[in-house]
Design a binder for this molecule. Structure first.
Ligand code: AMP
Length: 221
């Protein structure tokens, strides 16, 4: 299977869709946010810096992201495709990624642009809770996304938590950074003929069906 990149504003549902696709196609889900949250737990200068950037809604430096990502992509489970969630976030990262791909003899694959209006994304942020253990995402406000048992992960039974950067203030900053830095990637990948646009206004299952039927029809599997 070809690799998939997700581009989307914060809370468009890219983490949820990425996770569903990984389960369906048995490929790894690589979220740079998750890699960074892991690295932020290390009690050193780098860990402290990452924590500060994430909690203020600012980007972490490209050098750190690229180092973590290159290391992850060399693991065996990435040999038959993977889903990138949260990367690239700017043109510089996209160009550096293509250099990494050349070095590792991998192809660019498909880019899925998941679009959502700011108001809906903000509502999703307010209610979003995640499982810190398996990364599953739920929403306390959106009925279809609630966990079966309040505050508990359906998949692994772990306690759900709210992300430190999921508040309306940090969301505003993350959204503005997305518009300035990440949105130009849409034209960048469109010009390479690898972009597929999906609107994320429907339920997660409908959005998943739309993406899956595109993948199945496009002979990218
Ligand atoms: P996410 O889980 O994708 O929403 O990412 C959470 C936070 O991690 C972002 O708000 C950034 O601070 C940081 N981050 C994740 N991926 C990247 C990236 N590719 N480049 C820079 N910062 C990132």
């Amino acid at each position: 299977m070809e690799s998939i990149i997700f581009i989307a504003p914060p809370a468009a549902g890219k983490g949820t869709q990425a996770k569903m696709l990984c389960e369906a196609y048995q490929i790894p889900h690589i979220s740079t946010g998750d890699l960074l949250r892991g690295a932020s737990l290390v009690d050193d200068e780098r860990g402290k810096y990452i924590k500060k950037q994430i909690s203020s809604g600012a980007f972490v430096s490209d050098d750190i992201i690229l180092e973590l990502l290159e290391e992850r992509l060399q693991q065996k489970d990435c040999n038959n495709g993977y889903i990138l969630d949260g990367f690239p976030r700017n043109i510089e990262q996209a160009i550096a990624y293509e250099n990494i791909l050349r070095k590792l003899n991998k192809k660019l694959g498909i880019v899925i642009y998941l679009d959502v209006k700011k108001e809906l994304a903000c509502k999703r942020i307010e209610g979003r809770v995640i499982c810190p253990l398996c990364g599953s995402v739920y929403n306390t406000i959106i009925e279809e996304a609630q966990p079966k048992e309040d505050g508990i992960c359906d998949h692994c039974g772990n306690k759900l938590v709210k992300r430190a950067d999921d508040n309306s203030e940090t969301f505003g900053l993350r959204y503005d950074t997305y518009l300035e830095k990440t949105q130009p990637l849409i034209d960048y990948y469109d010009s390479k003929n690898v972009l597929y646009r999906v609107s994320s206004v429907n339920s997660k299952d409908d959005t998943f069906k739309e993406i899956s039927s595109f993948l199945e029809g496009s002979s990218k599997l």
